[in-house]
Design a protein around this ligand. Structure first.
Ligand SMILES: [Fe+2]
Length: 251
């Protein structure tokens, strides 16, 4: 799957953009710094080891909005993934196509000061701070590519909805146990003060990860989580994708 070029993306092609870096204002860089400072104050305690390693390895910085091309070069050398700027939410087919090609779709716009805590659509804070660091971890990165490959081949909406639960409770809202403590790796928890605080303060039941249970747990996008799942190791996720495929094949 490595080395798939843009020209080979078909469904995703209309959504690909170039990051117009010069367009970011000084105020936006300041806002980014404030947002990152606030997240890092919490993430330094609650993020998993691999997240923090990835943040530094990809050259992400607190003082400026990331140059996605520069991040992409570092990422490609590490795990074969690239960062591809996109215009916003993508249809599932286009999204899976990109994941299978090891290209992570990343938005370039930054939330406003009035919406520091929450945006309904992903922005560069969610995508770059939330998602990108974990793509520097090979077993995680391989699992996402496999997830894209598997889902790209599924036609049934019902099966895709089930597979969506796996994505949600791992890549978006996943937790991991490390050295006896629950740590965060999912982008939705990493990028959200509220979700992270909820996990840290015991507001959320943390279950041992089980593919069957995850596939039976519906996703509620508009409320704070009452139940999340913790893996023991990132090596588990690739196997979980394959196991989930076998389960949804029987639907
Ligand atoms: Fe996300």
């Amino acid at each position: 799957m490595q080395g798939v070029e843009h020209s080979e993306l078909v469904a995703a092609k209309p959504f690909l953009i170039v990051q117009d870096y010069a367009k970011y204002t000084a105020d936006q860089h300041v806002l980014w710094s404030e947002l990152v400072a606030r997240r890092m104050a919490q993430l330094e305690h609650c993020a998993c080891r691999e997240y923090m390693e990835g943040w530094h390895a990809l050259g992400l910085e607190q003082n400026q909005i990331p140059h996605l091309d520069a991040v992409s070069e570092r990422l490609e050398r590490r795990t074969g993934w690239r960062v591809q700027p996109v215009s916003g939410f993508m249809p599932s087919r286009a999204f899976f196509e990109m994941l299978a090609a090891r290209q992570f779709p990343t938005t370039t716009w930054l939330r406003s000061r009035e919406s520091m805590d929450y945006t309904p659509e992903p922005d560069i804070l969610h995508d770059a701070l939330g998602h990108l660091p974990m793509f520097a971890e090979q077993s995680f990165a391989d699992a996402v590519a496999e997830y894209g490959r598997v889902c790209h081949a599924i036609e049934s909406e019902e099966k895709l909805e089930r597979m969506g639960r796996l994505y949600w409770y791992t890549f978006e809202f996943g937790l991991i146990r490390q050295n006896g403590a629950v740590k965060v790796y999912g982008s939705g928890v990493a990028s959200s003060q509220q979700e992270c605080t909820n996990v840290l303060s015991g507001g959320c039941e943390i279950r041992d990860f089980s593919v069957a249970e995850v596939l039976n747990t519906t996703v509620k996008v508009d409320e704070i989580h009452k139940r999340l799942f913790a893996i023991k190791s990132f090596d588990e996720i690739l196997g979980a994708v394959r196991e989930a495929k076998l389960i949804v094949d029987k639907i």
